[in-house]
Design a protein around this ligand. Sequence first.
Ligand code: S3P
Length: 666
Amino acid sequence: MLNFNGQFQLNTNICYGDKSISHRALIFAAIADGISTVRNISLARDVLATAECLRRLGAEITFCGNTATVVPIKSLPAAQVVLNCENSGTTARLLAGLVAGLGVSARFVGDQSLSRRPMDRVIKPLQSMGADIYCERDCLFVCRGSRLSAIDYTAQVNSAQVKSAVLIAGLFADGVTVYRENIPTRNHTELLLQYLGANISADDNVICVKRSALRAFDITVPNDPSSAAFFVALALTKGLRATFSDVLLNNARLGFYRVLANSGARIRYDNVHTVCGEQVGNISVFPGAIKPLYASERDVCDAIDEIPALAVVALATKGTHVFCGVDELRRKESDRVQAIRRTAAACYQRCTADGGNLVIRSDGKLPRGMYFDDCCDHRIAMSRAILCQIAGGGSIDCAPFDISFPEFLTMMGVQPLKLGLVGADVSGSMSPRLMAYLAARKGICCSYDAVNVPPDVSDADLSAIIGGFDGVNVTMPFKTRVARLLGTSVPSVNTVGKNIVTQSTDGYGIIASLRSHGISVNNAKLWIVGAGGAAEACVAVLKKYGCAMQILNRTASKACYLTDKYALQTDIARPDGVLTFVPQCPFEQSIELPDSVQWVFVADYKGYSGAADKAMLRDITVVSGLEMLYNQGAKSFALWTSTPIQHGYKQFARSISSENFDVKRR
Ligand code: S3P
């Protein structure tokens, strides 16, 4: 979770090399005739995936800051290699062309998102060149390079990746490979190949390439117009002036800027010059009114990665905005048409997608405090982050900016407080949602990431993980271990942070939850069901209230341990209340409630509790673990941020129960 509070300070003087050119520079360096240097290379995870795949194919690639040095492939791997393309379609598709041409054997794999994306578009043309490339289970495809012959191919989809795959394979094929496009897509492959001395010509949507040797090179990659687009959107909608220097100005990448300029946005290009065959220059934007946006099919093709950023401008601008021919967006890292529709829904704006066109009707008003938890696509995440900033605050639950733009937050000039949760299985935790709520109400810019750590992690690694946060919650099974590691006086802790006393807020969470139901625990007689870290932390707190307690636990030895340690009772027949810490366990479900019981507290908020069920049948008060989660979390958050504890569980509970399944709002 990452919460924005509307505050930012644009910092445009940073390096963020163009991702498309970075992929291509690495690939061509790997087959050039000597050592090459690529400066200002993008350090995006997608590009690093390409570098790692090229290493598997035999290239030596070293990074020193954002300069890569590439020693080309000297000898090809004899056995099949596995190429992990992670989230990157460009890696998979461009390297398919390279592997087919090199004559090696490779199994291409990728993450869940990439595994859902269409690969037929490269498999088919490469097959017709004679490559042995086919789909196989549990991978993207398998390619065994073989002798290739040239083809004359007409594009079936507007895709620079497919074009590049065919052209790269064409560098190794017998004859002249011809690639014909309907709408010209980005031509970085052609321009860089021309610059490196390949036999390639390109005119009128027809590109011809022959077997070629490439010379080694030393280039500086221009900055990425697709990344700058998010901040151009922010600057324009906030009425700010901003200049982005040394940005790639290739026409096929400027659809975003063209659409905005056509709608009245004041955008100026200057200091235009040529770098390795590409136009590069400065982009300045100036405050001014924007009319409704219209993007033709050609514009959409030239803004294929920037439509989410254009949608942000559309949502923030009153009017009916039209984007034609957006179907390709459905095949990106996520279905971006759907994601944009959900973004619009969260802003209470209308968005329809019929017949391949996307129409946004907006009154230009953005609600504060949107919460998005349905998408892990980097460009959707960045567009929503910008939208949250424009709206004055809001949260996204997934922030994979490093896939394409690791410098995103630096350029925005925000340094979120780094909060999180560490436990063995925290994937379903409600805490990120809770922290988003608390952060939004206090207007604090922070992240809160739930991190799964294997129970057998070493002490050193566990300490390092915890030390990486400004503030962290610790959950099962690490509460007692972290207490020991940090030498605290309490047996179990859940809250650690810079400049605060390591402690457990669990006890506070329970007492505050019970109090809000009018329950006083002073001198109460209680059953405690369970004997783990949370139960122990609770016992330690309740002791201070003079409670008499008996532990009921499936494993008797654990119950004895706590009984001895805290001098507890073993003969409470008529408890006033029951606190259960193991609601999912059959042992708990078998416990009968004596008629003396006036309330039941269930520490967990997921799953079935036998005690709660029996209590409800008898109209006995049940205090939910969600309330305790809220209270302990509110105290942890208050400690980390030096703010007062926020009371308001009911409002939080209402906000999460009124959420629909995909777009959440407070
Ligand atoms: C890219 C081409 C585009 C673009 C992608 C990068 C490239 O994909 O969306 O981010 O570097 O060639 P398609 O070719 O699938 O449109």
